[in-house]
Design a protein around this ligand. Structure first.
Ligand code: SF4
Length: 729
């Protein structure tokens, strides 16, 4: 940094969680020197959490120069040294390998695996490239691990993937029903708002449903510490009670819904006594939670991975939404089911159809008219009707040899996917693996035949959408470092090479200016905007210029509108063929892998307050380890005493798929027979090899790849494990 350089300020958006806080980046020369909360951004009103407020310490080129990938690299041999090559050579090689694979095996021999941390414009280009140009739906993202159950739950009940509430509804709620979410750690700035609301209105009741006594529970009036995976039983039992006590709203049900009779029949046996027994709760607490939910003037549910990351994730989401429909707790200030997105742009990915079973602007792959609309917009003959492979299916197919080439952008499946043994087999067996990344040192980069350097936050331009449907601009404070290119621009360059092979002589379908990031991203965004015309998420009245002038805005905002929509379904009309919401009748199913004598402990995984995902960024800053210095197995003190272990003893945690060795930590917040391991540490951080020569792969070596049949989201919140004393070799 040159002190003669003038200081600059750039308004942007935090790249971590789905709260989507606005930030002001302070920079000077080629350094990011500071970051502070944007007081004008409605999501955070100037506040930032520990992760957001240290962005300048993790994102500045001066800080992360050891970990950045700054030039294209090629490995001639797996596991061998990586050699630099020019961008043109790298892209020619990629285009040739992919086109050859398509010609030999068809387009479904390719798998593209992206990230909820990409910007909407990045997502749009890759979606068009894979589904439009290549004619395959094998494009999925790590958002599959994060919110695909919320998508399926909304569509099954309300008719569209649209969270109906806003953060401002926290200020209007009389009852907050927080379920499957440690909001205090996973969405800290939203939690600050909840704390403010409770302080201002102590009469507002907070019910928290979570097997663990988390920091979120500290604010609760009532904690339901249910047994892992029994959420559907709980919600069905609550509905049974509502019916028995006359707490449902028959007029709302009759006017705005269908399918209630079947649901009433389904919950007939879910008596309070049976529900309490299955869920491990007291009948009195169940009754009180139900009374608060149903009879409060406005109830807002906030929910996240505890519902989503489950083999019955769609049923959990839908059963909770059932309660809102049955009690009319929807479409009013402070009353709605409100899913929280984990990643900064999981929502933007959903908008452009960035999952293997979605099409642009909430269109359905199975609908011929929808496919024709998208094909016309993209200028291609058609879009395939058969859904592509979801994340778990994609890596299984690569491990089986069905998928020959993998393209991985901005995500680290060799750490974050469950059943790591299969994932790593997939990465080894695939004939060609491309990793498009900002960081050189993730577990996945070791498997790459070709590494393409991408720009990270601070150097990127585009848009993201947060949990409350609010579109925010992301702006670059610095130019791309080294030879890094923007993710969307890499997609465009690849597409143009593939076009030369697959549709020679025809005009490009990707006419975006890759030399000017602002012009290029705006052209992409305008095309995305046009795709939303007439859809539930219509943004045809918005523009980059309007977002610059007015600040971040919520969808829908159709042409001619003067504002976005704070709240959906206020008129009781839903985006279904008959305009009615649909009750969802699915029976309770327990977790896929029950504990037993051999594996008697229930393992849960999740976030820590100060770390993000696989720690590519937060792991570079010592200060962020002040909260938790190392991975540990958290365990109830009674269990610890019974096993005869002291705090810090090394314990082997063994599931049916693998094992890890960690120090044990006494944790009164854990229920007996339940243990917890944070998700952030992988092979790079838990170094060394086990006594049997196996590398330590992090907690996802233990987790099953069993997924929800509707949403295909894996059960990352539960595995049956056994524990034993261990020593490192
Ligand atoms: Fe960033 Fe989320 Fe923290 Fe806001 S709450 S500063 S979006 S990590």
């Amino acid at each position: 940094m040159n002190l003669n350089d003038a200081p600059r300020e750039t308004r942007s958006t935090c790249p971590y969680c789905g709260v989507g806080c606005g930030v002001i980046i302070e920079s000077r020369g080629d350094a990011i020197t500071g970051v502070r909360g944007d007081p004008a951004h409605p999501a955070n009103l100037g506040r930032l959490c520990t992760k957001g407020s240290t962005l300048h310490l993790t994102a500045s080129p001066q800080v992360n120069q050891q970990t950045r990938l700054l030039q294209p690299l090629r490995r001639l041999q797996r596991g061998g040294p990586a050699q630099a090559l020019a961008w043109d050579q790298a892209l020619d090689l990629a285009g040739q390998k992919l086109a050859d694979t398509v010609q030999q095996h068809g387009p479904n021999a390719l798998g593209f695996y992206l990230s909820g941390q990409l910007l909407t414009e990045d997502y749009y280009v890759f979606n068009k490239l894979v589904k439009g140009l290549l004619g395959s739906n094998n494009l999925d993202t790590n958002s599959r691990l994060c919110m695909s159950s919320a998508v399926a739950g909304y569509k099954a009940t309300l008719g569209a993937d649209a969270p109906p509430a806003s953060y401002t509804d926290v200020d209007h709620a009389h009852c907050l029903f927080i379920t499957g979410s440690n909001t205090a750690w996973a969405h800290p700035i939203l939690f600050r708002r909840i704390e403010d609301a409770k302080r201002a209105r102590p009469e507002m009741k907070i019910v928290v449903v979570d097997p663990r006594r988390t920091d979120t529970v500290e604010l609760a009036d009532l904690h339901l510490a249910l047994q892992p995976g029994t959420d559907v039983m709980l919600y069905h039992g609550m509905l049974h009670l509502m019916l028995r006590e006359g707490w449902t709203q028959p007029a709302y049900i009759a006017a705005h819904t269908t399918g209630f009779e079947a649901l009433v029949e389904l919950v007939r046996d879910c008596t309070p006594e049976r529900t309490a027994e299955v869920c491990g709760l007291r009948v009195e607490d169940l009754c009180e939670a139900t009374r608060l939910f149903a009879t409060s003037p406005a109830t807002l549910s906030l929910y996240c991975q505890g519902l989503n990351q489950s083999s019955s994730g769609t049923s959990k989401n839908a059963a909770l939404i059932n309660l809102h429909l049955a009690t009319g707790q929807i479409g009013r200030p402070g009353a709605a089911p409100f899913s929280l997105t984990g990643q900064p742009n999981a929502m933007g990915g959903r908008e452009v159809g960035g999952l293997s079973n979605l099409l642009s602007a909430h269109r359905d792959m199975g609908n011929p008219a929808h496919r024709a609309e998208v094909a016309a917009l993209w200028g291609v003959a058609d879009v395939p009707a058969v859904p592509g492979k979801s994340a778990i299916e994609m890596f299984q197919a690569a491990a089986d040899g069905e998928i020959k080439a993998l393209w991985i952008a901005c995500t680290n499946p060799a750490q974050s996917l469950p059943d790591q043994a299969t994932v790593r087999r997939a990465l080894e067996r695939a004939e060609f693996v491309v990793v498009q990344e900002a960081f050189a040192t993730t577990a996945t980069t070791a498997y790459a035949d070709l590494l393409l350097p991408a720009t990270p936050w601070g150097e990127k331009t585009g848009t993201v959408t947060n949990s409350e449907r609010r579109i925010s601009r992301v702006r670059a404070a610095l130019p791309p470092r080294g030879e890094a290119r923007h993710d969307w621009a890499i997609g465009v360059a690849l597409a143009q090479r593939l076009e030369a092979r697959l549709r020679p002589g025809q005009p490009t379908l990707f006419p975006y200016d890759t030399q000017d990031a602002l012009l290029g991203t705006e052209a992409i965004w305008l095309e995305h905007r046009e795709s939303t015309r007439g859809r539930d998420l219509d943004i045809t009245g918005l523009s980059y210029a309007l977002l610059d002038t007015l600040g971040p805005q919520q969808w829908p905002w159709p042409e001619g509108a003067r504002a976005g929509r704070v709240r959906l379904y206020e008129d009781g009309v839903f985006p279904t063929p008959d305009g009615r919401a649909r009750f969802h009748s699915a029976a309770f199913r327990p977790v896929a892998e029950a504990t037993d004598r051999e594996h008697p402990y229930a393992l849960n995984t999740g976030r820590l307050r100060d770390q993000w995902h696989g720690m590519s960024r937060t792991g570079t800053l010592g200060r962020l380890f002040g909260h938790a210095a190392e991975p540990a197995l958290q365990m109830n003190p009674q269990d610890l005493a019974r096993e005869g272990w002291a705090e810090g003893s090394l314990v082997r945690v063994q599931s049916r798929r693998g094992s890890v060795v960690l120090p044990v930590q006494a944790c009164a917040e854990q229920a007996p027979q339940q243990v917890f391991i944070p998700m952030h540490w992988g092979q790079e951080f838990v170094s060394g090899r086990d006594a049997d020569g196996q590398p330590h792969l992090g907690v996802n070596a233990l987790m099953p790849s069993t997924f929800c049949p509707q949403s295909k989201q894996p059960e990352l919140k539960h595995a049956a494990v056994r524990l034993s004393a261990a020593k490192l070799p």
